[in-house]
Design a protein around this ligand. Structure first.
Ligand code: UDP
Length: 239
């Protein structure tokens, strides 16, 4: 018999930088297709997948081109950047046999539909991949916080934080060869060790809602599937 996934509904947080590949800026087509391939694999196993996409590959409210700008204005630009990424991601999904729907936290209805929770839940039940754009819709927040928020709202069993490194390590594995990966760690321990898994708001929201976070590498082929199957992959942060 075929092994059953360990999770029915997941929230995947992809940073904007994940879409960059080895480029210095923007969206790398080959990279996006690779990520979509990984998502397709778990979707075809019957797992309901929602994605929160970042915008850091295009614009960030707190760095680069935003220096000297009004913070709230810069943050709105950052949120609009996530809408661009969401469009690219959904387009690649639709071309790869998935059905994707983008929902925005900011009204921009000629481009994408607004976020409406029951509708998002309906899409997920129908096997569509929902891409949440524009973060929380509020300046001074991040897409990590949007991931925690949407994850809690849709009743995701797990927030998957996709990173370049395949989990949380005792030290930076690129600098310290003796660094080891935590297979799992509690929210409290991660906090006391200052591990910086997500920003403080996102972290607190997940902890309050008892919503576990899995840190894993989106660039490791099969890792997403392994996480969904409940395998020893990445680092699980739990209560
Ligand atoms: N942003 C915001 N509110 C949100 C989510 C994002 O203002 O709820 C803005 C903020 O300026 C941020 C930018 O959008 O710098 C891009 O998001 P983020 O930095 O989280 O993207 P990532 O680092 O995941 O690529």
């Amino acid at each position: 018999t075929k092994a059953k996934p360990a999770h029915k509904r997941i929230l995947l947080k992809l940073s904007g930088e994940a879409l960059m590949g080895d480029d210095a800026f923007g969206i790398n087509r080959a990279t996006i297709e690779r990520i979509v391939g990984e998502i397709a694999e778990v979707t075809h196993m019957g797992v309901q997948v929602a994605v929160v996409i970042g915008g850091g590959n295009i614009f960030r409210g707190v760095a680069g081109g935003s220096v000297g700008m009004d913070r709230a204005t810069a943050d709105y630009m950052g949120m609009l950047a996530t809408v661009m990424n969401a469009l690219a991601l959904a387009d690649a999904m639709n071309k790869n046999g998935l059905t994707a729907r983008v929902m925005s936290a900011i009204a921009i209805e000629q481009v994408v539909e607004p976020y409406v929770r029951p509708k998002a839940l309906q899409y997920l039940e129908e096997g569509k991949v929902v891409v949440f754009a524009a973060g929380t819709g509020n300046p001074f927040f991040t897409t990590d916080t949007a991931a925690a928020l949407r994850g809690a709202e849709i009743g995701a069993e797990l927030v998957l934080k996709a990173t370049k490194v395949d989990g949380v390590y005792t030290a930076d594995p690129h600098k310290d060869p003796s660094a080891t990966r935590y297979a799992h760690i509690t929210f409290d321990e991660a906090m006391s060790r200052n591990l910086g898994i997500m920003d403080a708001t996102a972290f607190a929201l997940c902890r309050d809602q008892k919503l576990p976070i899995k840190v894993f590498s989106i660039f490791k082929p099969g890792a997403l599937k392994n996480v969904v199957m409940g395998g020893d992959e990445g680092t699980l942060v739990h209560v």
